[in-house]
Structures are given as structure tokens and as C-alpha cells.
Design a protein around this ligand. Structure first.
Ligand code: B3K
Ligand code: ZN
Length: 878
């Protein structure tokens, strides 16, 4: 907690560490109330660093120091100084052994950073700077050391004791305790350290690597969750194989462990050989988890596993380089999901996320480059920009290099930097060296914040047979970056003829046409003109295929062109994007004018799509899904909260009524037969079925409502149960209450399922939403100490229920700020994240702006804030 203004840290101030730590020996005497940590560090002066004043400062927070000794000699109080952030030893030799003993208190640790208690178990979270809450250390990622860790704990309460690497010794002690020693042969930064102690059971399996080594796989859970690990284990094995095949990366240790924890601030953590997960991303049974959950598990398991190479073997030099591991690893998990599922559907969902979260971040007061230049609290920089835009930046390099060259470049990266702590610059240099391309200008994607906007004008000249695309790029100023230089943008395009056939994209000056199909154009200037030749008819352009760059596009296509693309484009992503633009334009027109006509050809286009027997159901479900109110609000200069909600309902109802027969047919066609299967085909079928049901119910169709009630009663899988419960809850009334009660009774004690029960009520845009949310805060199953529960209620309401959160009286804002202030002293990371919806306050009408600003000021004025919340709120108001 801060009384004074916390200071920013700057990338330009980076200096190599003065000391290196070669070997770390740790001994934990674990107990929830008092844990004793003994550490023995082999330190030596770093030859690559400039010499300081002979003192050494180690990081350490919330530690009670019991003893400190150098080379076996205890230091006297005059020889060192302890403050709230560390330990300074006034004089140290060039090479020495440092021993410390500290005491910590896991059961009081509500921040869930460092060592803490979750239920009956103890576990750690060290990234980014949590290791300093375990012991005094050089807690920075460019200090990589070998660790040996001994865990000592009560044998009955904590029969399982885990840490990184391989277990090398086990002993039963006479006092009822036991100890296990782990040795990790791979040097690692402290943020990858982990330990777990608990009464856990493991699901076991094994994996034989490409080179023939057998790896033992274990997923540790509380005993009652043993029947919910199959999907996670299957996902892990798939990910291990994929990484060998696609990136040539094999696993290195003999054991790989995953532990599911119910109190966790984020998704999961890639600790070396011992991944610790939010149990939401491990546990799934068809009757307890939805398709979205199954999907999330598959990709988060893969993501954390992939970090073993991109993050662990090769790590970040400093935290400004976070996207080096996160952007690349997100790119890798996206490619994995695309390969094992449907590529187009995966791309659609990733772009949806980018547009719904990253674009607004890039346009708001918290905008920052993929490689930030300063931060106050690093935990605030695990952002969609660093992760998702970072992945786009890797994807663009893959596109510019082409698949063979990109693989050569990643091979070179792994070979050149294995065992090192490096920078995004090192990554780009490997791309250049392996391809011979000059990426000087491309580097701006790491340095400049903001989303470029492309305006594309087209001109067809029938006599010359040419088609000219004039492209301009523009990027608005962002905080601290008033001037923007042009980006190097890969723009993938195709041309369609009148029958929907692919035409060659033939550039003027080229002697012969290329084969018809997709072509990559490169944009480097502010304005470009591409003249395409050899055309005998006016083509319809398919622009930015596969979303080849994270940009906004303004083009001159007509609605008819978009309907044509929606029906004929060979690029699945662009078929969807054409449909989205049609929906969006219509919804924004309806927002402005409730009497705006809903065009017949719009309805007809979707009817044709629904009747197409060859349609991919998953893609069709995406095409038919309207953009969310939150996404649409980002498309308006001044958000019209109520107008958007009304327009959304109006169009939904119209589709439900006009396409009633087709929707019913699709619903019945897509009925569940046999046991639940998680396959792209089955997921797509359920998605389309539940979308059809949603249109019918929201149009208050009698038959639709009856089907919905029946589905809630009869469904065996959680996807279908939740789809029905969501619609019933929206409708309200006795049927909704009965369904919610039945659901709660059925799932009492299943924490992850109860999260859904809270969330479904928080998301329903009913007039009484906030009253209900506030009442639920007092429900016996509510707990402010469990981040999943807080997010399911508070974040769902403030992020997904736009019309009620932004109610004109400001009650939603007051509620959220109340929650933030209550949570901040206990869990700053969670509190800072909750604040996010208020950050975009300048996008609203003057009265709402005033109400939001007042609440942000209330936070800032409330005294002792964490650095996490302070940074978000002060930047939001700046
Ligand atoms: N590396 C972790 C995130 C840690 C967040 C710390 N506040 C999970 C991941 O991205 O895989
Ligand atoms: Zn990650």
C-alpha cells in the first residue's frame, strides 16, 4: 500500500545485474500460519556489469528476517539494512555464499502472490515479482540459477510435496513430518520457481517424445476432482506432439506436472516442470463444463506447456520484454488450436477478442506499445496488447517470411538463445538473419502503440482492364506518443469474379499473372497505390484476408459486395467479416434511428446461409452471431448505451421472427445424439443449435420457449444446459427462478459450476440486474477471497451487461468502485483488473462521463491504494 506516489520504472534504465546467482538451495518448513524459509545462494560478481559501491541489495517483501550470514559468518545489524522492499548488505566479497532465514505467513496472504493457502493446500505464484515474498533474492528474470528445493511438512495434512525438476530424496521425519527434495537441472529465473503442498491425487499418463524418451505426466487435483482430468490430459499430449511436429521442440525433464488450484488470480502459470493452473482451465466433465470451457482448457494447457521453450528455456531479459514470451506463446497456442480444430473459427474468435479488448485498450488512456517503455506496476502489463497484439506481431512476421523461412528463423532463435534471457530485438534479429529480410521498419510494431487505420479506395477502369487500390494508413496519437510513423503492414488480398471465382492478383509491371488466389501486398508508406491488371470485369476485392494485420479497415465496398463475399469468398474469415460488417452497419443505423428499415436482401442473405446444406455449422454460427453491444460501442464516437441495446434487441427479434421456420429446422437438425463429443463438428453443431434457440426465445416465440424449457430439463451436457439457463434467466419470471433454483441445488459444492450460476444472473440484461448482483454478494456461496467467484459476479456484470452497468443513474459505477475499494487491500491485482471498464469513461455522454469520473476520483482520493490500482486510476484520469 502506498502513501506517496509510486515511481515508474523505465526500459532505458535497464542495467545488467551486478551479481549473478549460480546455485540456489532452499528449504521450506511449511505451515499455513508460519513457514520458515532457509536459503543458501552461491553469488558472484557479474563480469558483464559495471562495479557499484561494493554493497548488494536483494529484493524481499513481507519477510521477517531471522538470520543472515555471509560465508558462514552471521552479520551484525550494522552490516545490513532491511526495509519494506529489500535487504542491503553494505560490503560483500566478489564471490560468496549467502544464507538467510526468514518467516512468512501463507494463510494471511490474500494477494495470491508468493506462498499462499488455497483451500487445504499451499501453493506459490511468483511471476512477475512474487519470489521476493518467499525469500531475499535478485528477483529479476535475467538472473538464472539452478535450484535444489527441500520441502518439509506434516505428512497427513500435506502428503504431496512438489517443486520444479525431479524428486531426488524423500525422508520420513520422527515428528510426523516428511520431506521431499527436488532438483531442477535447468537454470531458471526466480519467477518460474514453484512449490505445492497438499492432500492431492494424481491422474497419470505418459508421453514418448520424438527422440524416444518417456515422460511421466501427472495432473494433481483434490480427490473429488479426479474424474474431471481426462480432457486436460488429452490436451497436454496433443500439445506435446504438436510442438515437436510444428516447431521441433521436445520436452526436456522426465516429469511434467500440472496442479489445479481453486484460488488463482489469472489463468495458469508455466513454472518449470510444475505448471500451476486455475482449476477452471483443468477440470471438465461433459456435464460440468461447456464447449467454451473445453476449448479454453485445451488452449491454456497448450499455452503453458509451450512456454517451456518460449519463456522458460529462453526467457525475458527484463519485464519490458514480456511479449517476447507471451506474444510468441499466444501465437503458438493459436496455431495449435487452429491445427487441431477449425482454422477459420479459431481466427474469428481471436480477432473478436482483439477487436473487443485490444483495440479499445489501444485507443484509450492505458494504450502502450507491445514492448512498453515504462510501468509503475508490472502486474498491470499482462495486457491484451502484450499478449494478443504481441501474437499478431509474431503472426505478421510469419506472414512476411513465409512458412519455411519462419521455421528456419524460430529454429535459429531456439538454438542461438537457449539458456539465455533475451529481448524482442533478439527475436526479430533471428527473423532477419534466417530470411535475409530487413525488418527495421517492422520493429515499429513493438515500439508504437495505437491501431493503424487503413482507408482503401478502389477504382475499376474497364477500358484498361485495371483495378486500382489506393491505401492510406493513419495511426492516432496515444499517451506519450503524439507523432506516429508509418508501419510495415502485410495486406493479404484476393479478387473475386462475378461467379465468385478467384482471379489472379496481377500487379502492373509483372510480366505474367500469378496463379489465381490470395496474395500478400506490403505497405510501408503512408499512402500506396496498387494497380492490378489483366481484368475483364470489375472484381470484388477480399481485403485483409485472414486478418493479416491488426488494423481497422475503412473501405468503399457496398452492402451488395459484402453479401457477395459472405456467400462466395474462399477465405472463411472474410466471409464472416463481411457478415459482421453488414450486421454492424445495420445495428448502428438502427441505434440512430429505430425506424431504419431492415433490408429484405439482408434477411434473404442470412436465410440462404441457413439453408445451405453444405455449410460448416461452426462457421455459420459465427456468421449469424451479431456483434456484441460492447464491441459496437467501440464503433461509436459517443456511446449510446440505451440506443445500442434497443437496436440489438430489435434486430435479434426481427431475425427470430422472419427466419423462424429456418431456425426451427436448424434447431431440430442439430439435436444431440449419443454421448457428448468434443470435436470441431460437434461443437459447431451445438453452437448453431443454441444460436437458433436464442433467436427464437428472444423473439418470444412460443415454440422456442417450450424447446428452451425442455432443453434445460433434458440436456446432459453443460453447453446445452447453460444455453437454456441463460435464455430462461433473461426472460425472467417463475420459470427462470425455478430453473436457477434447480441448477443451484443440483450443483451445490461444485465451485466452478456455481461460478456459472452467479455469472448467468450477472449477465442477464434485466432491469433488476444490479439489485440482484448486490443481493448475490451476500449469498452464502459468494466469497470475495476467490477470484473466480468475484469475476463471475462482478466482472461479468461490469463487462458483459453493458446496458445495466452503464445505467444512467451511475449506480453500476458506484457499485464497481465499492467493490474495488473493498478488494484492493486484500488482492490488488484483482482489484486493478476490475477497474478496467471505467477506464473508457471518455467514450460516453457528458452525464455518464461525469458519473464515471467522479467514481474514479473517489478511488484516487481514498487514501492508501495499491500501486496496481493507483496506476490504472491515475492513468485513466490523466
Ligand atoms: N505467465 C503467466 C502470467 C503471469 C501473470 C502475473 N501477474 C501465465 C501465462 O501467460 O502463461
Ligand atoms: Zn503465457
Amino acid at each position: 500500500m502506498y502513501r506517496e506516489t509510486p515511481h515508474p520504472i523505465y526500459l532505458k534504465d535497464y542495467r545488467p545485474p551486478e551479481f549473478l546467482i549460480e546455485q540456489v538451495e532452499l528449504r521450506f518448513e511449511l505451515d499455513p500460519e508460519h513457514t520458515r524459509v532457509e536459503s543458501r545462494l552461491a553469488l558472484r560478481r557479474n563480469p558483464a556489469a559495471t562495479r557499484g559501491d561494493g554493497s548488494l541489495r536483494l529484493h524481499g517483501e513481507q519477510l521477517t528476517l531471522m538470520q543472515v550470514a555471509i560465508d558462514g559468518h552471521a552479520l551484525t545489524p550494522a552490516e545490513y539494512r532491511v526495509d519494506a522492499e529489500g535487504l542491503t548488505m553494505h560490503r560483500v566479497p566478489d564471490r560468496f555464499t549467502l544464507e538467510t532465514q526468514v518467516e512468512i505467513h501463507p494463510s494471511l496472504n490474500t494477494a495470491l502472490e508468493g506462498l499462499y493457502q488455497s483451500g487445504d493446500m499451499l501453493c506459490t505464484q511468483c511471476e512477475a515479482e512474487g519470489f521476493r515474498r518467499l525469500t531475499y533474492f535478485l528477483d529479476r528474470p535475467d538472473v538464472m540459477a539452478r535450484y535444489t528445493t527441500t520441502l518439509v511438512a506434516d505428512r497427513t495434512r500435506f502428503p504431496v510435496l512438489l517443486s520444479n525438476g525431479n524428486p531426488v530424496a524423500r525422508t520420513d521425519l520422527e515428528d510426523g513430518r516428511h520431506s521431499v527434495t527436488w532438483d531442477d537441472p535447468f537454470p531458471k529465473p526466480s519467477y518460474l520457481f514453484a512449490l505445492v503442498a497438499g492432500d492431492l491425487r494424481a491422474v497419470e499418463d505418459s508421453f514418448v517424445t520424438a527422440s524416444g524418451r518417456e515422460i511421466q505426466l501427472q495432473i494433481f487435483v483434490e480427490p473429488h476432482n479426479l474424474d474431471k482430468c481426462d480432457h486436460a490430459m488429452r490436451s497436454l499430449k496433443k500439445a506435446m506432439r504438436w510442438d515437436e511436429e510444428r516447431f521441433g521442440r521436445e520436452y526436456d525433464l522426465d516429469i511434467f506436472m500440472i496442479v489445479a488450484v481453486s484460488h488463482f488470480n489469472m489463468g495458469a502459470m508455466e513454472n518449470k516442470g510444475l505448471n500451476i493452473f486455475n482449476d477452471k482451465f483443468v477440470l471438465a466433465r461433459p456435464d460440468t463444463a461447456t464447449d467454451v470451457d473445453f476449448d479454453g482448457i485445451e488452449s491454456v494447457i497448450a499455452h503453458e506447456y509451450f512456454h517451456n521453450w518460449t519463456g522458460n528455456r529462453i526467457t525475458c531479459r527484463d519485464w519490458f520484454q514480456l511479449s517476447l514470451k507471451e506474444g510468441f506463446t499466444v501465437y503458438r497456442d493459436q496455431e495449435f488450436s487452429a491445427d487441431v480444430g477449425s482454422r477459420a473459427v479459431k481466427r474469428i474468435s481471436d480477432v473478436r477478442t482483439l477487436r473487443a479488448h485490444q483495440f479499445p485498450e489501444d485507443a484509450g488512456p492505458l494504450a502502450h506499445p507491445v514492448r512498453p517503455e515504462s510501468y509503475i506496476e508490472i502486474n498491470n502489463f499482462y495486457t491484451t496488447t502484450v499478449y494478443d497484439k504481441g501474437a499478431e506481431v509474431v503472426r505478421m512476421q510469419a506472414a512476411l517470411l513465409g512458412p519455411e523461412s519462419f521455421r528456419r528463423a524460430t529454429d535459429r532463435y531456439f538454438e542461438r538463445h537457449d539458456g539465455q534471457a533475451v529481448t524482442t530485438e533478439d527475436f526479430v534479429r533471428c527473423m532477419e538473419d534466417a530470411s535475409g529480410r530487413d525488418l527495421t521498419q517492422f520493429r515499429r510494431w513493438y515500439e508504437q502503440a495505437g491501431t493503424p487505420e487503413l482507408s482503401i479506395q478502389s477504382k475499376y477502369d474497364a477500358t484498361a482492364g485495371t483495378y486500382t487500390l489506393s491505401v492510406r494508413q493513419e495511426t492516432a496519437a496515444t499517451p506519450g506518443q503524439p507523432v506516429k510513423y508509418p508501419f510495415h503492414i502485410p495486406l493479404t488480398i484476393g479478387l473475386l469474379g462475378a461467379e465468385g471465382q478467384a482471379l489472379p492478383v496481377w500487379l502492373a509491371g509483372e510480366s505474367a499473372p500469378p496463379a489465381p488466389g490470395t496474395r500478400l501486398l506490403e505497405l510501408t508508406e503512408r499512402a500506396h497505390e496498387f494497380t492490378l491488371v489483366g481484368l475483364t470485369e470489375r472484381p470484388v476485392p477480399s481485403l485483409l484476408r485472414g486478418f493479416s494485420a491488426p488494423v481497422r479497415v475503412r473501405d468503399d465496398l457496398s452492402d451488395a459486395d459484402r453479401m457477395f463475399l459472405m456467400a462466395h469468398d474462399s477465405d472463411g474469415f472474410n466471409r464472416w467479416d463481411a457478415a459482421q460488417t453488414l450486421h454492424e452497419r445495420l445495428l448502428l443505423a438502427l441505434t440512430d434511428d429505430a425506424d431504419h428499415p431492415i433490408p429484405e436482401d439482408y434477411i434473404a442473405a442470412f436465410q440462404r446461409a441457413l439453408r445451405d446444406p453444405s455449410a460448416d455449422r461452426a462457421l455459420l454460427a459465427e456468421v449469424l452471431t451479431l456483434p456484441s453491444e460492447t464491441y459496437l460501442s467501440d464503433r461509436m464516437t459517443v456511446v449510446d448505451v440505451d440506443g445500442l441495446h434497443r437496436a440489438h434487441r430489435q434486430l435479434t427479434r426481427c431475425i427470430g421472427e422472419r427466419l423462424r421456420a429456418d431456425l426451427l429446422a436448424v434447431y431440430h437438425d442439430s439435436a444431440e445424439t449419443g454421448d457428448y463429443v468434443f470435436s470441431p463438428e460437434a461443437v459447431g453443431r451445438r453452437a448453431l443449435k443454441n444460436l437458433a434457440l436464442a433467436y427464437l426465445v428472444r423473439a418470444e416465440d412460443g415454440e422456442g420457449l417450450a424447446l428452451c424449457r425442455a432443453q434445460f430439463e433434458a440436456a446432459h451436457n453443460m453447453t446445452d444446459v447453460m444455453a437454456a439457463l441463460r435464455l430462461l434467466t433473461e426472460q425472467g419470471g417463475a420459470a427462470a427462478e425455478a430453473a436457477l433454483d434447480a441448477f443451484h441445488r443440483r450443483w451445490a459444492g461444485e465451485s466452478l459450476v456455481l461460478d456459472k450460476w452467479f455469472a448467468v444472473q450477472a449477465a442477464a440484461p434485466r432491469a433488476d440486474a444490479l439489485t440482484r448482483v448486490m443481493a448475490l454478494l451476500h449469498h452464502p456461496d459468494y466469497s470475495a477471497r476467490n477470484p473466480n467467484r468475484v469475476r463471475s459476479l462482478v466482472s461479468t456484470f461490469s463487462n458483459l451487461n453493458q446496458v445495466r452497468f452503464h445505467a444512467a443513474d451511475g449506480a453500476g459505477y458506484r457499485f464497481l468502485v465499492g467493490q474495488v475499494l473493498e478488494l484492493d487491500p486484500a488482492n490488488p491485482q484483482l482489484a486493478a483488473r476490475l477497474l478496467k471498464p471505467l477506464v473508457r469513461w471518455r467514450r460516453f455522454d457528458p452525464e455518464r462521463q461525469r458519473l464515471m469520473r467522479t467514481e474514479l476520483e473517489r478511488v484516487l482520493g481514498s487514501g492508501e491504494l495499491s500501486s496496481d490500482v493507483f496506476e490504472v486510476v491515475s492513468k485513466a484520469l490523466a
